[in-house]
Design a protein around this ligand. Sequence first.
Ligand code: G6P
Ligand code: MG
Length: 213
Amino acid sequence: MKFKAIIFDLDGVICATDEYHYRAWKQLAAFIGVSDFTRADSDLQRGISRMDSLEVILRKCKRTFSDEEKFALAEQKNQIYRSMLATMSERDLSKSVSSTLCVLRGRGAKLAIGSSSKNAKYILERLGLGAFFDAVVDGNMISRGKPDPEVFLKAAELLGLPPRECLVVEDAAAGIRAALAGGFQAAGLGEGAKCEGTTYRLSSFADLLAIVN
Ligand code: G6P
Ligand code: MG
């Protein structure tokens, strides 16, 4: 096999929670009078931390907020988002993702998650993947968010492998940059496939099977 391990981003790669992020931020934006929060703004939030994502919206807002108010707004968005996550179940794991993961594992690859989300473990449980991955590094375990490579380096360390033996799968520009900065090769989906430097451009999750063989 070309890679001993694959480190997956979560939101927008393993599951479609990127859509829930968009809807929850859209509601929060409306609450503070930002009526022109767009899908393009949401793309800028891919991969970056909750507080950095809030700044993408605040740039469009006329008034300023104290740090305390910003934390309250981020918490308000998270409550909206968590109520959406609570509706998720194993049915939200696509057949293509689950069968691809199983084939990769069958070929002997170690599989890990490298996510900026502080909700990652909850989402994995909802999807029935709570005990599936060999390592999970989430937003609670890092001090620097993507595009810093910390999250992926920590995942590789937990797997006991050097970055050159791991492939990172990402849908975010910040995530592709993080992977490359850490010395990983990167496979991009969606927005991630359009990024400069992306090693492999995927049109679907199952395309991974042709790369990792
Ligand atoms: C992922 C998403 C980002 C989100 C971040 C933090 O990386 O792509 O859009 O801001 O996680 O998510 P959280 O669930 O902790 O608010
Ligand atoms: Mg993502």
